[in-house]
Ligand binder design. Structure first.
Ligand SMILES: [Zn+2]
Length: 64
């Protein structure tokens, strides 16, 4: 990977503060969830982990 590619990758994977803010403000309607890690892949797509309570019905895939 050359310098130009490294810089492009760093730019694509830099977190958008608006996305981070959205994830931090997200609350599961069924439990007392907390926001986990926010990442951004090489395509510029953000990924967020929401940590639900172990008893949350959403963990069973019934609702989304
Ligand atoms: Zn939940």
């Amino acid at each position: 990977m050359n310098r130009r590619e490294r810089r492009a990758l760093a730019k694509a994977t830099r977190l958008d503060p608006r996305a981070v803010q959205y994830v931090e403000s997200y609350k599961c309607p069924d439990c007392d969830s907390v926001a986990g890690e926010v990442t951004r892949d090489q395509h510029g797509v953000h990924h967020a982990t929401i940590l639900h309570d172990p008893t949350c019905p959403r963990l069973n895939g019934i609702t989304h």
